[in-house]
Design a binder for this molecule. Structure first.
Ligand SMILES: Nc1ncnc2c1ncn2[C@@H]1O[C@H](COP(=O)(O)OP(=O)(O)OP(=O)(O)O)[C@@H](O)[C@H]1O
Ligand SMILES: [Mg+2]
Length: 119
């Protein structure tokens, strides 16, 4: 199993939910986060960027993003990544990232099921 941690633009949440639904994957965890990438949130790099917030100059500007954590069987990783990249890419800086990491085990608390059965 793998965890896909997907950081996307807030307006792309619905389309990512649609992909997860279409592929009949299990659950997900979603949160609102603040972040920056290589441009450090520089104005113009991401259309919501600004280096001046209420008169305070900042060197790193954090921009709201959505963070989606999705644990899937290994065989689904490539398809999810492909679909998310296709639907979330605008061509502008700030489209986001997908981080992939190994998950050792999953336990469904209600039943005690483990591993892929518990997804
Ligand atoms: N190295 C990183 N570590 C942790 N989070 C990151 C990292 N890079 C990007 N992120 C997260 O992803 C969000 C979007 O990053 P972003 O798409 O701007 O990456 P980028 O590397 O600057 O690519 P681009 O040049 O296309 O903008 C950031 O706001 C941050 O939440
Ligand atoms: Mg960037």
């Amino acid at each position: 199993m793998k965890e896909l941690v997907m950081i996307v633009r807030p307006e792309k949440l619905e389309v990512v939910k649609g992909i997860i639904d279409k592929m009949s994957l299990g659950g997900m965890t979603v949160g609102t986060v603040m972040g920056c990438g290589a441009q450090k949130g520089a104005p113009g790099a991401d259309e919501q960027g600004s280096r001046e917030i209420r008169g305070l100059k900042t060197t790193i500007n954090l921009i709201p993003k959505i963070r989606i954590s999705l644990i899937v069987e290994d065989r689904h990783v490539d398809e999810v990544v492909r679909e998310v990249c296709e639907s979330c890419a605008t061509g502008r800086p700030g489209d986001g990232k997908v981080f992939v990491r190994n998950i050792e085990d999953v336990i469904r608390i209600r039943t005690g099921e483990r591993g892929e059965w518990a997804l």
